[in-house]
Design a protein around this ligand. Sequence first.
Ligand code: SAM
Length: 201
Amino acid sequence: MTERFNQAAEGWDKGDMRQNIAHSVFQTISNRISLLNNMSIMDFGAGTGLLSFKIAQLVKEVVGVDLSEKMLEQLEGKNSDTLRVEALCHDICEIPLERKFNGIVSSMAMHHVEDTAGLFKSFHDHLKRDGFIAIADLEAEDGTFHSHGNDGVYHFGFEREPLREIIEQAGFEHVRFHHAYTVEKETQNYPIFLITATKKL
Ligand SMILES: C[S@@+](CC[C@H](N)C(=O)[O-])C[C@H]1O[C@@H](n2cnc3c(N)ncnc32)[C@H](O)[C@@H]1O
């Protein structure tokens, strides 16, 4: 799976689709959550930083966590004196970080992680008291979204109710689904949701 993203890294930002998803996910997050200039945020599966740099304009710091070194190289190439995202090549499900965040955002990475329950437990462990998650991914689809094949795709999107249960079981409350964007392809449309929730005390 990491190899897939290492190979795709250089051309990742080309074309409108990924830019449009990141833009809409960011809009949906910022309409629902107050992003404050004292917040420390993790972008899980940050890739080249399409979402991270939008968030970084509003908060104190963003850490982009990813398993693909090449995707993170692209992210680091966008750093400037005025806007920075920290790149971290790390598997947070295997080895927790020794730091906690006010919030965790993510766009289109969750379907690449096999153990969804383990992922949300890890998110819970990486959040400060009252921390939030804002996670965007595909609604359940028929396996045709990835036109280059499903290598490294563990979930063909997600059914909302089973996912809600997993998230509540992991220790979150106020779990809400919002429509974020619809990818329109020639043969069909693929809606994307944003889930928001807060860490239960
Ligand atoms: C479809 S890309 C999305 C990248 C970016 N969020 C965007 O919207 O352009 C999924 C990303 O998740 C990363 N990823 C997959 N599994 C991961 C894991 N267990 N931990 C961290 N990153 C992971 C991949 O390396 C890849 O960069």
